[in-house]
Design a protein. Structure first.
Length: 150
């Protein structure tokens, strides 16, 4: 049975998954972990955890970046669960929830090395945008946006 749970960033399964994500990113981006950690270790009210048969397989969240703009963060799916639609379900749920809360666009940052993630976001209508905020000048960062009707 598939379940998408709305929760917060202090939820144990979210913490577990994001710790795995952080370890995975060290493999991908090397020693940039401390830079990114300062922006990811914040409390978030809008977290989705994806379950299949009560096992947490993936997660994601969003926060307000600025008025009407949600920033998607911490999208992660266990490696053994990739290619099964988990990320698409999480992304759809996050976009729907952000829309319910009145957001009209989304932005996100991912690693330029995460080609499958970039392809997923493009499939969902996200477009490449110049790096924003703390990601300006960060060579490994790849930023995207989706405007209106998220």
């Amino acid at each position: 049975m598939i379940t998408l749970k709305r929760t917060t960033s202090d939820y144990p399964d979210f913490i577990y998954l994001t710790n795995l994500f952080d370890d995975y990113l060290v493999e991908i981006d090397g020693n940039e972990k401390d830079f990114f950690a300062q922006y990811n270790q914040i409390y978030i009210n809008n977290v989705i955890v994806f379950y299949e048969n009560e096992v947490a397989l993936g997660c994601g969240d969003f926060k307000e970046y600025e008025e009407n703009v949600a920033e998607l963060k911490r999208m992660f799916v266990l490696p053994e669960s990739r290619g099964k639609g988990v990320a698409s379900a999480i992304l759809t749920a996050l976009e729907n929830w952000a829309k319910e809360k009145g957001f009209t666009s989304c932005i996100l940052e991912t690693s330029c090395r995460l080609e499958n993630a970039i392809a997923l976001y493009k499939k969902f209508g996200f477009e490449v945008t110049p790096n924003y905020g703390q990601y300006i000048g960060v060579k490994s960062s790849f930023c995207m946006k989706k405007i209106s009707n998220i």
